[in-house]
Design a protein around this ligand. Structure first.
Ligand code: UGA
Length: 434
């Protein structure tokens, strides 16, 4: 099939590449000329495991091409995916100006039947708005479909190629049939393609992300309470998670959720509720608890150093909002770093992938080093913010030797408390006895 993908951000790029992988002819459109040129020469503009192999293979086979011309893109695809940014507006709602701007261009440009697919995470009612805007200008038939994505950064290729479900919000049998044909190769395992109305599809995406954010936040509150009463959240987590109604996944407490999705989507759903005079009290609590949780290590750090961090140096392991990504959007590490800097401390940080992005944001305010052990030199404490695998089995004697004080603040509960204490460290983590 002929497919166009408008927008080559994270979602657009993974969608375009994976759809080319099943034999479709995919044209990706982006306004950024430099990025388009780099992609044409085979450079993947984001860090995402396994994407490079698929990218190269499909460019070579000429199934995956790039252009800056929206007109060219719109002429090519029978199905046109909109994978455009929907940033958080000033009032917390999703800013639809990119999506609706392109919708207007689509209306003015298309000359034959097309299926327009909303792939971006958009508020309930957006498919209807897109349909109205295109309809104002179009002289031919078209359909608008909502097809939210459920990709996790770091696992996006796998999630796309082997989805647990595909959601298609469509009220047109013609468009539904085309979408089912497109996705059939991805659900050979028997996982479902769920067809529903556009509004339910749009809400499914927000509800799923908001539920997961709530699940994590609930566990973070239990962890905080564990600290008060001397319980161990790891034991509680396993005890709860073995109930299949609860499930073991997404129960890991830590220094809060971050990334480009959960924070934005929870706020956008909360805001959409208030526009309908509905107060999402749970989401209000989730937002507040999460922003408090991002700073959960700070009272422990302050109390250990008697509230005097001036002139202290902190080694930070992990800057990305989670492992296997270079993404630092809403990363808890940044909240901690900002507070430490404000208190007059210095930072020596290491992350396997995210350091370039941190340099763009912080310039020379913090020192970035080439290895996890380099970060420890002359530092007063180690603070772990992201659970990269490489941090899981470190050489504790090397850490102890390098640090001025053998103290470890772990925002991701990477180690057994007794193991670290046996190594001679003061160890502070989340929801366990310090
Ligand atoms: C999330 C969803 O998991 C995807 O299904 C969805 O498609 C995506 O958002 C999106 O809307 O595009 P992602 O943001 O890549 O994916 O990352 P997750 O792996 O879900 O983690 C989100 C945050 O929750 C991270 O900060 C992570 O550290 C935190 N987390 C996750 C916990 O604190 N505890 C857990 O048990 C799990």
């Amino acid at each position: 099939m002929k497919i166009s993908v408008i927008g080559t951000g994270y979602v657009g790029l993974v969608t375009g590449t994976c759809l080319a992988e099943t034999g479709n002819e995919v044209v990706c459109v982006d306004i950024d000329e430099d990025k388009v040129n780099r992609m044409r020469s085979g450079e993947v503009p984001i860090y995402e495991p396994h994407l490079d192999v698929l990218f190269e293979r499909n460019i070579e086979a000429k199934r995956l091409t790039f252009t800056t011309s929206l007109e060219e893109g719109l002429a090519h695809g029978a199905i046109i995916f909109l994978a455009l940014p929907t940033p958080e507006g000033e009032d917390g709602s999703a800013d639809l100006s990119y999506v609706l701007g392109v919708a207007e261009q689509i209306g003015k440009t298309i000359k034959e039947y097309k299926v327009i697919v909303d792939k971006s995470t958009v508020p309930v009612g957006t498919a209807e708005k897109v349909r109205q805007v295109i309809g104002l200008h179009a002289n031919c038939d078209f359909d608008v479909v909502s097809n939210p994505e459920f990709l996790r950064e770091g696992f996006a290729v796998d999630d796309f190629l082997k989805p647990e479900r595909i959601i298609i919000g469509s009220s047109s049998t013609r468009a539904t049939a085309l979408m089912e044909k497109l996705y059939k190769p991805f659900v050979r395992s028997g996982n479902p393609i769920l067809i529903m109305d556009e509004k339910s599809a749009e809400l499914t995406k927000y509800a799923a992300n908001a539920f997961l954010a709530t699940k994590i936040t609930f566990m973070n509150e239990i962890a905080n309470y564990c600290e008060k009463v001397g319980a161990d959240v790891d034991k509680v987590r396993i005890g709860m998670g073995t109930d299949s109604r609860i499930g073991k996944r997404f129960l890991f407490p830590g220094i809060g959720y971050g990334g480009s999705c959960f924070p934005k989507d929870v706020k956008a759903l909360h805001k959409s509720g208030s526009e309908e005079n509905y107060e999402f009290k749970i989401l209000d609590a989730v937002i507040n608890v999460n922003s408090r949780q991002k700073k959960a290590l700070l009272p422990k750090i302050n109390s250990f150093f008697s509230h005097n961090l001036k002139g202290k140096t902190f080694a930070i392991w992990g800057l990305a909002f989670k492992p296997e990504t270079d993404d630092i959007r809403e990363a808890p590490a940044l909240d901690i770093i900002e507070e430490l800097l404000k208190s007059g401390a210095q930072i020596q940080a290491f992350d396997p992938e995210a350091m370039d992005n941190v340099t763009k944001q912080y310039g020379d305010q913090i020192t970035l080093v080439k290895s996890m052990y380099d970060a420890l030199q002359e530092a007063d404490a180690l603070v772990i913010c992201t659970e990269w695998s490489i941090f899981r089995t470190p050489d504790f004697s090397r850490i102890k030797e390098a640090l001025n004080t053998p103290v470890l603040f772990d925002g991701r509960n990477l180690y057994d408390t007794s193991d670290v204490e046996k190594e001679g460290f003061s160890y502070f983590s989340i929801g366990r006895k310090d």
